[in-house]
Ligand binder design. Structure first.
Ligand code: OOB
Length: 543
């Protein structure tokens, strides 16, 4: 197995420790500590469960013992594909407790994505639910285990009433010796990148760096022991997990409430039932919730903060949050690779509605550069590069991508175009790389193009993002057919679905073209071609 690591230069690491950013906390120790401090306090509610901190810690230990009893060993990687169920938390903390590393997949992922993540992480086990939203994940997991030699364990959670879905996978902790706490500098888990080129990359995050971002995020978002965080977005996404998310709520000794689906009616009901104080949405969902709240006038007196992030939230919509929902908006601009920016709860309303916040840490270094790599004048837009105490220096096992995505002195090239206000707040202006941000889900144009090119009647394909009033952006595929035998768009869509990829990657719009315009393929870069086609599409829309 290839070792997973995340290494900062020794002098930089020493400085982060000296400044108190990295405190040697680890996930197993964190849960044990909270369970000792306030064992009876509620930690998780929803999906039939009401678990105290002691319950959660006990369940995590039982699951850890179950993993060891099956023959998994510390250091093993376990791919987790679960929805917003309570068992997600006991499983993930159980994997940490067993000294193993979770690899986080999204419920929307299908064979192609899972196959890639499993192979790349060399996972020995996959943990998933029998069904999520009607899809048979157990069948897919078994099929993958038949094909990938190293994948030896298929672990199926059967969520039901009372959060007993992992019962069949547990063992008595007395019978298995659980390992000691991990090295805080060791990698705790593998998160996945949005990925602008091809398939997702694996992001190794350490206990020290991630817990620093969780601790500060919880503070910035005002979490304490009385906070109730409602998890609406997919729980394994970095935003829901740690900004401050479910981990921030547990760090602060508050409670995680689970939301079974993201519809506004469900969300309003859960907020009222649980006394939710903070929740997080992507912009298209926030828009739906605002429209629904104007209609339904829900009574949400406990809700203090609505976080919105993952994609650009337009000021017109942002302005409606306070009057309509009666809470403070917090914009969040983050990335699984590290850097997270927040508007502060006491920022002026104008800053809150027009910017995407400022970094967590005084040691988040932010560079804004022009195309030639020279810093732009203050206030001008440019490419955002960053490094700091919780931003990775490398992806796992990706020499090519690492050379492209990081500068020699360790800055991560985010691919985002931003400008910085005198206050340090960033305004996201766009993106330099070719991914589509569809309602917060990142889609690599290149990845979808590769699937389209596999169709026998497709000579070439170019996928671009186009603005959409509901999703923020949607994907449009321009298809150059082979020898005049054009495939019907519906047939192409069926073909892509049949490729077993996440449904959000299927192009929203498919256009057949006889050429890619004046821009001859091969003569200009695909990036320029994508830009030209996007422009054509938008001008047509405007005409
Ligand atoms: C979050 O993480 P990822 O890794 O799914 O996506 C990161 C990318 C950013 O580079 C940027 O292009 C975009 O998503 N993005 C935003 C944004 N928040 C993220 N673009 C405009 N405005 C925003 N507020 O999406 C993520 C991770 C942690 C917290 C929040 C979001």
């Amino acid at each position: 197995m290839k070792p997973v690591e995340q290494v900062w230069p020794p002098d930089v690491a020493a400085e982060y420790r000296a400044k108190g950013y990295w405190r040697g906390e680890t996930f197993p120790a964190l849960l044990r500590d909270r369970a000792a401090r306030h064992p009876e306090r509620l930690a998780v509610s929803g999906g039939g469960a009401t678990w105290s901190y002691a319950d959660l810690a006990r369940r995590a230990e039982r699951f850890a013992a179950g993993l060891l009893a099956r023959g998994l060993v510390p250091g093993d990687r376990v791919l987790v594909q679960m929805s917003n169920v309570p068992e997600y938390l006991s499983a993930v903390f159980g994997i940490f407790r067993a000294g193993m590393l979770p690899v986080f997949a999204l419920p929307a992922h299908r064979r192609i994505e899972l196959d890639h993540l499993l192979r790349k992480s060399e996972a020995v086990a996959i943990l998933t639910e029998r069904r999520i939203a009607g899809y048979d994940h157990a069948a897919l997991a078994s099929a993958l285990a038949g094909e990938i030699a190293g994948l030896r364990h298929v672990l199926i959670c059967e969520p039901g009433q009372g959060g007993e879905g992992l019962a069949g996978l547990e063992a008595a902790p007395e019978e298995r010796e659980l390992p000691g706490d991990p090295d805080p500098q060791a990698v705790a888990f593998l998160q996945i990148s949005g990925g602008s080129t091809g398939l997702s990359k694996l992001i190794p995050r350490t206990h020290d760096d991630y817990i620093y971002s969780v601790r500060e995020s919880a503070r910035i978002s005002g979490l304490d022991g009385g906070s109730v965080y409602l998890a609406v977005l997919p729980i394994s996404h970095n935003f829901t997990m740690s900004s401050p998310g479910v981990l921030g709520a547990l760090y602060a000794g508050g409670r995680v409430a689970l939301c079974p689906d993201p519809r506004p009616e469900t969300g309003f009901r859960r907020i009222a039932e649980e006394g939710v104080t903070i929740t997080a949405l992507v912009p298209p969902l926030a828009l739906k919730w605002l429209d629904a709240a104007e209609r339904l006038r829900p009574d949400l007196p406990t809700l203090e903060v609505l976080q919105v992030g993952g994609a650009k939230f337009l000021p017109e919509t942002a302005r409606r949050v306070r009057p309509v929902l009666g809470c403070t908006l917090q914009q969040v601009f983050g990335m699984a690779e590290g850097l997270v920016n927040y508007t502060r709860l006491d920022d002026e309303e104008e800053i809150i509605v027009t910017t995407q916040g400022r970094p967590i840490s005084p040691d988040d270094e932010v560079l804004i550069l022009d195309d030639d790599g020279t810093p732009v004048a203050p206030g001008e837009p440019g490419h955002l590069l960053t490094r700091g105490p919780y931003t990775i220096r490398a992806y796992h096992d990706e020499p090519g991508a690492n050379a492209r995505s990081f500068t020699e002195d360790g800055f991560y090239r985010t691919g985002d175009i931003v400008r910085r206000l005198p206050s340090g707040h960033l305004e996201v202006r766009g993106r330099a790389t070719d991914h589509i941000n569809r309602a917060g889900e990142k889609i690599s144009a290149e990845e979808v193009e590769d699937h389209l090119l596999a169709h026998p009647q497709v000579l070439d394909a170019v996928v671009v993002s186009v603005p959409d009033p509901h999703l923020g952006e949607k994907s449009c595929a321009f298809i150059l057919p082979r020898d005049g035998t054009a495939p019907a768009p519906a047939e192409l869509r069926r073909f892509i679905r049949g490729r077993d990829i996440a449904a959000f990657k299927v192009p929203d719009e498919i256009r057949l073209v006889t050429s890619f315009g004046t821009t001859a393929v091969g003569k200009i870069s695909r990036r320029a071609l994508r830009a030209a086609l996007r422009k054509d599409h938008m001008e047509e829309g405007a005409a």
